[in-house]
Write a protein that binds this ligand. Sequence first.
Ligand SMILES: Nc1ncnc2c1ncn2[C@@H]1O[C@H](COP(=O)(O)OP(=O)(O)OP(=O)(O)O)[C@@H](O)[C@H]1O
Ligand SMILES: [Mg+2]
Length: 254
Amino acid sequence: MIIAITNQKGGVGKTTTAINISAAMALMGKRVLLVDTDPQAHSTISLLRDTQDLNKSLYDILSNRNEKIESIIHPSTVPGLSIAVSKISMAKLEPTLIGEIDGHFRLKEALQPIKNKYDFIFIDTPPTLGLITLNSLVAATHLLIPIQSSYLCLEGTDDLLETIEKVKKVANQNLQIIGVVITLHDQRTNMSKDVVGRIGKVFGDKVFKASVSKSVKLEESPAYKESIFSYAPNSIGAQQYRKIAEELIRRAKN
Ligand SMILES: Nc1ncnc2c1ncn2[C@@H]1O[C@H](COP(=O)(O)OP(=O)(O)OP(=O)(O)O)[C@@H](O)[C@H]1O
Ligand SMILES: [Mg+2]
């Protein structure tokens, strides 16, 4: 199962969700790979001890079909979790692949030989609907959409849903939204209830029962190269991401 964590809106918790769901799954004994496709490389930086001497990254694999993805997969700081690393060079992917007829299929092709080695492959995507995200939507079997609990939370979801429909029509008929996760939630405000109501109207039972609250611990853990489960195992954030991972496993079985 290949799950792209996507929303072209910036800062909604894609990377935090990718890191902590992957970590939760790995700690449950699942074989998990996290693929970082974002030129910002936040997942890579947050989960690898040394990123300075990485010579190759996803860009090299996607721009040259003779390169094997195994060469950029490293063990992360989370036991059992591997990561296919990104670097700022991913920003060159779009200009490099322009005019290539199979430009949208490179990630799918790269994952093909290794996908059966993992129970779950998660893809962290950048905040755009450009070629990198399209590669992710084409490679994925499922999408997980984090939505920030805020006044403007649904802005842009029309474009995202439209893009998903186009990808389904042209390149990935069976692509499914496995769920929507409400992030950066602040239960104390009245507005947050309104926000949850509005997200529910659009996405119905796709919305996960568990949501993720705003929490300083979740914000801090990447600086220590840790997931929330080692940095603050008893925190609310750890409990919530564990629940979301469990809910995801239940949904994956159906
Ligand atoms: N539940 C949370 N509580 C507090 N801070 C959070 C939470 N989730 C994410 N953050 C912080 O908010 C910022 C944005 O989160 P994150 O990087 O996960 O979003 P993103 O969607 O991946 O962003 P981008 O679009 O730039 O890739 C980060 O500084 C992160 O540490
Ligand atoms: Mg991110």
